[in-house]
Design a protein around this ligand. Sequence first.
Ligand SMILES: [Zn+2]
Ligand SMILES: [Zn+2]
Length: 344
Amino acid sequence: MIGVLRSAAMAASAACALLVPAMAPAGSAAVAVPHPGRAAAMDVRGEGDGDGTLITRLHTPPTGTSIASPARDTLYACRGGTLARPDRPWIDAHGVIDVLKRPFVSGTMHWPKVLRVTRTATTRHFEGNGLPGHSTGRFPVQKGTPAYKYYAEIPSPGYPNAAAIPIKPWHLDVTVPRNPIVQATPTCISQLTTGMALAGGTFHLEVATDAEDRPVDPNAALPLDRCWGHPYETQYHYHGPSQTCFGKTASRASANGGRSGHSPLVGYAIDGFGIYGPRGEDGKIVRNKDLDVCHGHTHAIMWDGKKVVAYHYHLNGEYPYSIGCFRGTPTTVPGDANSHDWSH
Ligand SMILES: [Zn+2]
Ligand SMILES: [Zn+2]
């Protein structure tokens, strides 16, 4: 179903978006019944587990940063291009985003998360409805809320503007290798979906396009909800160091034991490698200089209940914040929010 309404114009647009055409809302069967207002407030910090730390300062890349080849502090998109740094009141002259100055998408909605993760000797399979097990901000973004104008200025065919995009369930059905193999050459990112969070949503490419069709860091350009998420083409996904709301659903098994150690597993990339929160082996937030060009590294972690030395990705506060390229071999995600745009 997704893709039917897509036009050739999309090929000219970059990722994540909200800036490229979204699905028309008409005719979609509403499977999920959100309950706005069921909870009065969402205590994000209270849901944090182990590394549920809210990272409040993000280092966004300067204008001119290439996304055309694998390198530290950027990502490797198959489409290539260079990033622009948007002008926003929450970004200082050094390119640091103060997350507490960036408005959150307000409101509270609850969702009936479905995510089954099963494995065979060689594969790991994810099947679900793409909805998160935690509450989200209220989408469509409501008029009169601080986040509204940033969404409302973005055109979105099928809707009055990007503020009108709701969250809807979709059929997430992805199989990755259970024990992926590190490839000598990194692979570029060709789809929006870069991984699956155990919390129920997906991780997306850390590129959006602005009103002028320039590729930008979505964390710099747009308010997200308190779980670092928002919908694109009605699929709810995360950007940045989004582990804040994963406490109740992520694995509670710390990789190297203890709350002071390595962050727990929060999801899997579409190449099969694990995605962890921001803390490294010493319990300190990992820096990009400690990671490779794909935003990962190799050391002993707990993997399917065993301690093994394995490659894995980390979330942190330095661009690209999550996956920068694939160290393994990425699979194709059927129904990816923008697969026609990024799959070539
Ligand atoms: Zn996005
Ligand atoms: Zn690590």
